[in-house]
Design a protein around this ligand. Structure first.
Ligand code: XMP
Length: 540
């Protein structure tokens, strides 16, 4: 049984409520994004929300009846068919219910969605002779409707194997082409049906936002009315409606995601919430103390559990990264179950965000990259009635906005992301107490030097990885055979892609010198110069 440090008192709930405009009776305009499994599907919804219009991702199998049923809550003003990895000719290629096209709601197909629309309506789609990946220049034939306000030549971002070679019969017209794609954009002249072969949602399409704005405002006639404050109200209501008069625990790691989810849950549940912080032994230097100090005074029931021994025991001989994540996910849940039982809580709340889910391959047509422990790392049998993930559709920077609105201390809002399994996935190979202390020390040196140099604001993450490679060195005139530490410093916007940071050599030199001087077991320090993709940010 893990030792636990409890707040014996239940202090009153003191989190500042956000200013929330009451919107009762006013229906929000919504644009639905039909998910065909594309890596950037969620970015489409995000770009729409950035323009103050509400958007949600729905299954590609949504029926016309389901769309109509949404009308009691929202005005469904537009539909976007996302990209996806399939070809329209594959047997199991995802389709849409064709009756959706008869609803009269404006519809826009992007990439796979563009090909699917063309195919369903009778156009000609074939594998491209030259596939287009990355930046391409599109010739705009007609700068109208979705392409209103654009120049003759537009820098767009493509990623496709199939191509639309001819538009469907009837009143369709081609709006743009590229060198290899004769129908790069098309529309129906009378009905609001549009297709774009490129991805306006990614930043590399120079005027992508203009295209999205054209669709939502000019074509769908949406009225802006959505803000992050609405998100807070919606999330709080959702938690309340699921938990009701019951009790819940929240998995609090002290990172931005779980801290924000904790504040939302505390707003929803007050005294019926307990925040559980599990110290698995893979936290950064001084972190458990910092978390305890920060959250103990926030006014909700806070429980810190020292579970270091049991985690280390379970991971003793494990080297495979996915197995590590699964074991950690399982052990987390067991600790949470034990703590929940003590206080009679039946629900578990987690701070899972969108990129955690997408990389864990939660969607039918998308690829699994790695098992983020709080998503696919969970055991299948758990004792909770439900797991609630109020931040599941947000990206990190959106979470930061919510956190600021909820009054989370600045130091926490702007902390670099830290994976749930912690330093365990930054020790390559077997985990030992010695290795934990090496990577902890190396990590704290990296953090100190980066923060001293003032570089941190432009960086997404900066940390040390203890590789399982040993190499020969010379220390104090003697041969030394020690560990190799890798430094990983990246810039990123959403963690879906990342670039290694071009850190000045003097800073890298300082880091390397300090690590080899201050950690006797390390003889070599290397800098990771790989972007994501092809690498991921973490090494495991
Ligand atoms: P990767 O390594 O997949 O990481 O490029 C993307 C971002 O996610 C963080 N990360 C995790 N976060 N649980 C988490 O809560 C996890 O298991 C996990 N794995 C990676 C990583 O630090 C980076 O910011």
């Amino acid at each position: 049984m893990p030792k636990s440090t409890r707040n014996l008192k239940f202090p009153p709930f003191t989190i500042k409520p956000p200013e929330q405009k009451e919107k009762q009776g006013v229906k929000l305009d919504i644009v639905l994004v039909l998910d065909f499994g594309g890596q950037y599907c969620h970015l489409i919804a995000r770009r729409i929300r950035e323009n103050s219009v509400y958007s949600e991702i729905v299954s590609n199998e949504i029926t016309p009846e389901e769309i109509k049923a949404l009308d009691h809550k929202y005005n469904v003003k537009g539909l976007i068919l996302s990209g996806g990895p399939k070809s329209v000719y594959e047997e199991d290629a995802p389709k849409i219910n064709k009756k959706i096209l008869e609803l009269g709601i404006p519809i826009l197909g992007l990439c796979y969605g563009h090909q699917l629309l063309a195919h369903l309506l009778g156009g000609e789609v074939e594998p491209a002779k030259s596939k287009e990946f990355g930046i391409t220049y599109a010739t705009i034939i007609e700068p109208i409707a979705i392409l209103k306000g654009l120049g003759k030549n537009e820098k767009v971002w493509m990623s496709h194997g199939d191509t639309v070679f001819s538009i469907p019969p009837g009143e369709f017209e081609v709006l743009a082409r590229t060198k290899n794609t004769p129908v790069a954009a098309f529309r129906h002249k009378a009905k609001p049906i549009y297709g774009l072969q490129w991805h306006p949602e990614v930043v590399h399409t120079e005027n992508g936002i203009q295209m999205i704005r054209n669709f939502i405002f000019e074509i769908c006639k949406c009225k802006p009315g959505w803000s992050m404050k609405d998100f807070i109200g919606k999330a709080v209501n959702e938690i309340k409606s699921i938990v009701g008069e019951g009790k819940a625990i929240i998995a609090l790691s002290g990172g931005i995601d779980s801290s924000t989810a904790t504040l939302l849950a505390a707003k929803a549940l007050g005294q019926n919430l307990a925040a559980i912080f599990v110290d698995h032994g893979f936290m950064r230097e001084n972190e458990p103390e910092l978390i305890r100090q920060t959250f103990q005074k926030m006014g909700f029931h806070f429980i810190a559990v020292n579970a270091r021994k049991r985690f280390l025991e379970k991971l003793k001989e494990v080297t495979d990264p996915e197995t590590k994540r699964k074991i950690i996910g399982e052990e987390f849940i067991r600790v949470f179950e034990e703590e929940a039982e003590k206080i009679g809580a039946e629900y578990l709340i987690q701070g899972t965000i969108y990129p955690d889910r997408i990389e864990s391959g939660f969607r039918r047509f998308s690829e699994k990259i790695k098992t983020h422990h709080n998503v696919a790392g969970l055991p299948t049998k758990i004792k909770f009635k439900a797991i609630i993930e109020p931040l599941r559709d947000l990206y990190k920077d959106e979470v930061r906005k919510v956190a600021e609105m909820l009054g989370l201390p600045k130091e926490l809002v702007h902390r670099q992301p830290f994976p749930g399994p912690g330093l365990a996935v930054r020790i390559i190979g077997k985990i030992t107490s010695e290795k934990i202390s090496i990577v902890k020390k190396a990590d704290s040196i990296v953090r100190e030097e980066i923060e001293r140099s003032g570089q941190q604001d432009r960086l997404w993450q900066y940390f040390a990885v203890l590789t399982d490679t040993k190499s020969t060195g010379v220390k104090g005139d003697c041969r030394a055979y020690g560990y190799t530490v890798a430094i990983r410093i990246v810039e990123s916007k959403e963690a879906m892609t990342a670039s290694f940071a071009k850190i000045p050599y003097q800073i890298l030199e300082k880091i390397s010198t300090r690590i080899t001087n201050e950690i006797p077991q390390v003889t070599r320090v290397v800098y990771d110069i790989t972007h994501k993709p092809p690498a991921t940010i973490e090494w495991e």
